[in-house]
Design a protein around this ligand. Structure first.
Ligand code: AMP
Length: 840
């Protein structure tokens, strides 16, 4: 009885139950298919066995799967309906594998073949078998690693033979499960053809999978450097750079028939190398192919091969040479840099106190804790970075370092609040740091100036908008980082009150605020205190508290300048520090605005506009500065002016100022005086005395005065004595600066003045751009009377006319002789000490 008859009978017996194909039992199928002689003949007249070996099925991976669950197309009418069974659809159970298969080359080929009406491309059964499907782990499976090359070889005969003969095939045959078989390179279901693959894909995705593996290289004693040296070679670099033509591993070693270099059939056998290289380099000779291919010049050992050894030593020599040459260059330039920085530092009259001791200590603690926090924080986020290595890659050191630095920062913040409330300087600092509408206007005006829309830069007070932004950003950052840091540190306590996700939010804020703060410090703060050409390599206010008066006037003009309308903060915020013996103690003298008004009157010959004269200050000093041209009287006068507020009265400046007037504006006396000056001669006494008498009101400057370049002759000294007596003014002292003649001549001949900021430089300074002022970029020029012929005349005039003044003032007990050797600051220190000693 056929299946259909049996089932019809069963259905009748069971009444209402409808039986489906799935209910067909294996035994029903085997009733016919268990017959070894059962065959069917296809359209082409070829007979095919339909015998199913029940033993094979029961030993297969599908032993528990019924015939009907695979052959779902069969109905209960089979075989009476004469419909042949369709190919089994494995994807019903093996969906994932089927999907992968669908994207591989076999499926693509199958689709093409089907379109062409052929059926040559492999389906599941072609590789896995049909009724006797076995797990690949079983030695009998056609997919077992030892059999796979043979299975693939049913279609890919040559490739299969090559693989079996290759080192890979031999290793597989020897039972080395790790050795690659077809699917390791071409993938399993998603089979990929590698013919069109780029060099990079072959080398990086295929061969490197095993040959870059430390485990496999060690296990099978394979050379460990093959992948590394390939990628360091031209071929590897070009492949990484995107070349599709560069040789890859298989170009030299072969694709399937990979043989050891000792095998005469190998493409890398020594006698075959020229031909192998010749595939890409036509005409390659044996010499071309001689030498090591996988060269590692950086290997620890020199190697055995001659070329390899030479290469190794060449690299070593170069490394030594680079280290020595670049090291020497760096050392050389570091010395130049140090010298120049020191020379420049010497030039600066750093007499303005910008930060007091407490502020400097607070800044140091802040900077120290900030840097430590940044290092220990980023070390956690980037555990493989150099930062982590610097900290010894030790988590407990990192964690406690971070916490301690955080606590220090918070304590510094708390101290700063106390400082801001309890001390006069603190209150003044906070007050001056308060943002005002002017800051917004300044920022806008500065932006216009910076992009060239405005001619003048706005003048800032004690703190400009940039510094205020920075200060308040630090306050904000400390609060944010402190709060989130404590939340993260004490997470258990935090989650007592807040949900768990609050810690995640705190962590995100902590991380991004840290990035924001670090970038702001680098881009904003470091620019202003390090990279700004005006302060480079460092604004040393954080070290000794002082800045130069030039820089201060430039950056904080409102605070530095007197008599400019809005000058209201000067008395309270600007002070100069007078250092006395051994720098032990400091006296702060308030800088007076009077001096600038008096000096302006001195230069222009106009009135100082004060009637009656203001009362002189007790600490006012009235000094005459003597010394040969070039000893640095002018520089000392400027430093003393910054230090004491005394007005700098220079007769030479009056003449130089007159030089810039139009000829029609100059008096005949002035015109002839300029002629004397240009030749280096002294201007006649009468002309000079007339000028000084016109300006006698300037000597009433309440802050005192510094007469520079006057008197220069005995006649002038006597006239001055009378003039001062008539005005009831007495001199504090006469300072004679002494310097050897040679040094003076050298100084004068090389002296250059900036046409812009009037700063003085010297040709020996080796300026970054010759002829350009290192401070403001203005044009440097040589004073007429600094030319060699004028210097000679001036020195003679000095010896003849001015030197006798030392006796004149010596007799009156006013003379103080001070060496003018050394830096301006050293000379200033000597002067201040001498004045202090004299005052006792
Ligand atoms: P100084 O800047 O003081 O070296 O002066 C520059 C030049 O101005 C001198 O070389 C003189 O030609 C002239 N000069 C300045 N002060 C006097 C003075 N008191 N008597 C005569 N000539 C002077």
């Amino acid at each position: 009885m056929g299946i259909s008859a049996k089932i019809t009978l069963a259905a009748t017996l069971l009444g209402s139950t409808v039986l489906t194909a799935a209910d067909i039992k294996n035994s029903d199928c085997l009733e016919c298919h268990g017959d070894k002689t059962l065959t069917s003949t296809n359209a082409a007249g070829v007979a095919r066995s339909l015998f199913v070996d029940a033993g094979v099925v029961s030993g297969s991976a599908h032993q528990k799967t019924s015939c009907a669950s695979c052959h779902q197309d069969l109905t209960i009418k089979h075989p009476d309906d004469n419909v042949a069974a369709q190919a089994v659809n494995c994807s019903r159970c093996h969906e994932e594998a089927a999907l992968s298969y669908g994207t591989g080359v076999h499926a693509a080929a199958r689709r093409n073949h089907l379109r062409a009406g052929t059926h040559d491309a492999p389906r599941c059964v072609d590789c896995h078998g049909s009724h006797g499907v076995l797990s690949a782990a079983l030695p009998a499976s056609p997919l077992n690693y030892k059999n796979l090359a043979g299975t693939c070889g049913r279609c890919h005969e040559q490739e299969s033979r090559d693989v079996i003969e290759s080192v890979h095939g031999q290793a597989l045959a020897a039972g080395r499960h790790d050795a690659p078989t077809c699917t390791d390179c071409h993938a399993e279901h998603k089979t990929r053809g590698l013919k069109e693959s780029s060099s990079l894909v072959i080398s990086q995705e295929i061969c490197s999978k095993c040959h870059a593996s430390e485990r496999l290289n060690t296990k099978y004693n394979l050379p460990a450097d093959r992948v590394k040296t390939f990628f360091a070679s031209y071929h590897g670099l070009a492949a990484q750079y995107g070349s599709t033509r560069a040789a890859n591993c298989a170009s030299c070693h072969g694709f399937h028939l990979v043989l050891p270099s000792t095998n005469p059939r190998s493409t890398i056998y020594k006698d075959n190398l020229a031909a192998t290289c010749g595939q890409c380099h036509p005409g390659a000779t044996a010499n071309f192919a001689q030498g090591k291919i996988h060269v590692d010049a950086a290997a620890a050992e020199a190697g055995n091969n001659l070329g390899e050894r030479i290469n190794w030593w060449v690299r070593k020599l170069y490394l030594g040479m680079i280290f020595a040459v670049i090291g020497l260059m760096a050392a050389h330039n570091a010395l130049i840099f140090g010298r120049k920085a020191a020379a420049r530092a010497r030039l600066e009259d750093r007499t303005i106190t910008r930060m007091d001791r407490s502020q400097r200590v607070q800044h140091f603690v802040l900077a120290f804790s900030f840097i430590l926090l940044a290092l220990t924080g980023f070390a956690l986020k980037f555990p493989d970075s150099w930062i982590a290595r610097v900290l010894g890659s030790d988590e407990s050191i990192r964690r406690w370092g971070h916490r301690i630095a955080g606590v220090v920062l918070l304590l510094a913040g708390a101290y700063h609040i106390g400082y801001g409330l309890a001390t006069r300087q603190g209150r003044s600092l906070i007050k001056d740091m308060m943002p005002t509408p002017k800051d917004a206007l300044d920022a806008a005006a500065n932006a216009r100036y910076l992009v060239g829309l405005a001619k003048d830069k706005p003048a800032f007070g004690r703190f400009g908008y940039a510094e205020k932004m920075e200060y308040w950003a630090v306050v904000w950052g400390t609060i944010i980082m402190g709060a989130t840091g404590l939340m993260i540190w004490f997470k258990l306590a935090t989650t007592h009150w807040l949900p768990r996700w609050s810690i995640d939010v705190a962590t995100t804020i902590h991380y991004y605020e840290a990035i924001l703060a670090c970038l702001a410090i680098i881009v904003w703060h470091f620019y202003h205190v390090i990279f700004d050409p005006d302060v480079y390599p460092l604004n040393r206010a954080c070290v000794d508290g002082r800045v130069s008066s030039h820089w201060y006037a430039e950056e904080h003009g409102l605070d530095a300048r007197a008599g400019n309308g809005s000058m209201t903060q000067t008395q309270s915020t600007m002070s100069v520090t007078m250092k006395t013996k051994n720098d032990q103690s400091t006296t702060t003298v308030p800088k007076s605005n009077d001096a600038d008004a008096y000096r302006a009157a001195w230069l222009s010959g106009g009135s100082v506009g004060s009637n009656p004269m203001p009362a002189p200050r007790k600490d006012a000093r009235r000094l005459v500065l003597l010394g040969a041209p070039g000893v640095g009287k002018g520089t000392q006068a400027k430093l003393l002016n910054d230090l004491t507020g005394a007005c700098h009265l220079s007769t030479g400046d009056i003449f130089r100022g007159a030089k810039s007037l139009a000829a029609s504006e100059r008096s005949p006396a002035m015109e002839s005086a300029l002629g004397y000056m240009t030749r280096g001669e002294l201007v006649p006494d009468q002309t000079v005395l007339d000028l000084v008498c016109e300006r006698v009101a300037c000597m009433h400057c309440p802050a005192g005065f510094l007469l520079d370049g006057f008197p220069r002759t005995l006649a002038q000294a006597e006239a001055l004595e009378k003039l001062l007596a008539g005005e009831k003014i007495s001199l504090t002292a006469v300072i004679d600066y002494e310097l050897p003649l040679d040094t003076i001549v050298e100084r004068l001949a090389g002296r250059r003045v900036c046409a812009g900021c009037k700063a003085i430089s010297h040709v020996s300074e080796k300026l970054a751009a010759p002829g350009v002022c290192p401070r403001c970029g203005g044009k440097l020029y040589q004073r007429d009377d600094d030319r060699p012929e004028a210097i000679r005349v001036r020195m003679e005039a000095y010896q003849r006319s001015t030197k006798p003044l030392t006796d004149f003032y010596g007799k009156r007990g006013l003379l103080m002789t001070i060496s003018a050797e050394g830096t301006p600051e050293q000379i200033l220190k000597r002067t201040v000490e001498a004045l202090a000693a004299r005052a006792k």
